[in-house]
Design a protein around this ligand. Structure first.
Ligand code: FE2
Ligand code: FE2
Length: 258
């Protein structure tokens, strides 16, 4: 029974059905991020910040297209993402970030709502950066995936740097206590949603690949163990704010990659 992250990713990748599910989930999440950022930019009065939010959305849209092109190269079409494996929807249902209903309105965002957007991004970009960093290591030498994953990893690092920087700006403007409370709350919600999505994705993959009960049991145990570690200790990594090494990562002077 092969249970390392590398073995699981390889198994998912070598089966058309699971590869299709994996890329569809990834593409949907990225496209969702693209749409949300584009809309949030339209509702943001600060022109300089709005330009960075547009750039953030453009990157996420590009990532969505990368996953779709991986599917197309294998002659596969995307499929609908199972509701329980939809990370964005689970987070929205848990009440963090800005809801679809809110984004459908035309009122400009308040400071509190801008803060909600930035904290949501801080927490979810941390997760994205860590996930893609793992994939970057696993597929470093892969001729098909290596390069695209390096591109996405560099972007996610930029997004995270941008979140730190903009949130520190909000702290300077007197929103420190609110930002810290929100960061704690959002991190707790995110680690639960991440556990639930991981269990759902694992269940779906296991069904397609015919994993034994023992294998499913061990993987589910692992996901729950990670959740406990995050809940007790490592959630704090999502809530810290520090001046990033990469300054103005999404600013006007930052080069746009193809
Ligand atoms: Fe992304
Ligand atoms: Fe991102």
């Amino acid at each position: 029974m092969a249970l390392s992250a590398r073995a699981i990713y390889e198994e998912i990748r070598s089966n058309d059905e699971t590869f299709r599910l994996f890329c569809s989930i990834a593409a949907k999440g990225e496209a969702q991020g693209g749409w949300e950022n584009a809309r949030i930019a339209e509702l943001t009065g600060d022109r300089e910040l709005a330009a960075k939010i547009v750039r953030h959305g453009t990157d996420e849209d590009k990532h969505g297209r990368i996953f779709l092109s991986l599917l197309r190269k294998r002659g596969l079409e995307p499929i609908a993402v199972p509701a329980d494996a939809d990370y964005c929807i689970l987070l929205e249902r848990a009440g963090i970030g800005l809801s679809h209903a809110r984004l459908a309105e035309d009122r400009p965002l308040t400071d509190e709502e801008l803060l909600a957007y930035l904290v949501h991004s801080r927490v979810t970009e941390q997760r994205a950066a860590e996930e893609v960093e793992l994939q970057r290591k696993l597929f470093a030498d892969d001729p098909e995936l290596g390069k695209v994953i390096r591109t996405i990893a560099a972007d996610e690092e930029n997004h995270l740097a941008y979140c730190h920087e903009e949130l520190l700006r909000m702290v300077e403007r007197g929103h420190g206590a609110r930002a810290r409370a929100m960061l704690r709350h959002y991190a707790q919600v995110e680690i639960r949603a991440y556990r639930d999505v991981s269990l759902a994705v694992m269940r779906n993959m296991g069904e397609i690949l015919g994993w034994s009960r023992a294998k499913r049991g061990v993987l589910a145990f692992g996901i729950r163990a990670i959740y406990q570690i995050e809940r007790l200790f490592t959630w704090r990594r999502m809530t810290t704010l520090r001046e990033p090494a990469r300054k103005n990562a999404l600013g006007a002077h930052a080069p746009l990659r193809a």
